[in-house]
Design a protein around this ligand. Sequence first.
Ligand code: SF4
Ligand code: SF4
Ligand code: FES
Length: 269
Amino acid sequence: MPDHKLGMAAPRLAAAPVRRMIDGRMSSDPQPADLEVRIWRGRAQGRFERYSVPRRANQTVLDVVTWVQRHREPALAYRFACRVGVCGSCAMTVNGKPRWTCRTHVARVAAKGALTLEPLRNLPVIKDLATDMTPFFEKWQGAGGRFAGSQTRQDPLARVEPASPERQQVDAGIECINCGVCTAACDVVAWRDDYLGPAALNRAWTLVNDVRHAERRALLHKVAADGGCHSCHTQGSCTEHCPVGLDPSGAVSGLKRTTLLSLLREPAP
Ligand code: SF4
Ligand code: SF4
Ligand code: FES
C-alpha cells in the first residue's frame, strides 16, 4: 500500500488544530488540517482505502474525489459532467446518505473532518464509485416514461398555459435530473428487483398529467401492475433525499389514487 494512505508511516501535516476559511467564512471551531477520507475501491466485492486530503474553503465532496483521483489514485472510477447540479451524474453515498456530490459542501456533511464515500446503493457497481445506471433507465421504460405525442409536424404547437392546473402538475415533477438518489434511498427498491422505483414513477406521473400525452391509459395500466406504484410504502425517503426538491413520494401517491379511480371507472376485463 503506498505510504500516502492513512495509517502508514507518512507524516501527517499540521497535527495542531487551526482556524481557517471554510465555505467562505472563518470557522469558529478548530478544524483539522486534512480530511480523513475512506473511499470504496472495487466492485460488489472490494474494500475501503483511506486518504488524507487537504481541506479547502468551499470544497465540495466532488472536489475531494477529484483531488484523490488527480493526486493519489489515477485509476479511481467515478462519474461527473457538469459540476453545477444539472447533469445528475455525480451522485454517491456520502457518510451513509445518497447525495449529489458536486453541490454538497464538505463543511455541511463532515463537520468532524471524516468522509466515507461509496457508490449509490440499489444499483450494480461498475467500479469504485461508478454505478451502472442501466436498470434505472430500464425502469423508466418499464413505467412507460417515453412521451408519445398525438400531433404531427404540420399541426400548430400544442400549448398548455403555464398557469393552468394541468401544466403546474407537470412542472412539479419535470425537473428530474436522473441522478438516482431517490432510487438509492428507497427501501422497496432494495427489497424488490421488480419495483419500478420513485424516479420512474415520478416520470410516469408527469406524463399522466400531460394533456398532450397520447398513451395515458396504457401508462396507468403499466404503473398499476405488480411492482408498480402500489408497492410503495409511502415513507417518503425519496422525497427527503431528492437534491432538486421534487416529491417522488407525492407523485407515487398521485398514481395510486389515479389508478384506483381509473379501475373503478373502467374495471379490468
Ligand atoms: S415513498 Fe415509496 S418510492 Fe419513495 S422511498 Fe418510500 S417506498 Fe420508495
Ligand atoms: S426524482 Fe430527484 S432524486 Fe430522483 S432521480 Fe429525479 S432528481 Fe434525482
Ligand atoms: S456533476 Fe452534474 S449534477 Fe453533479
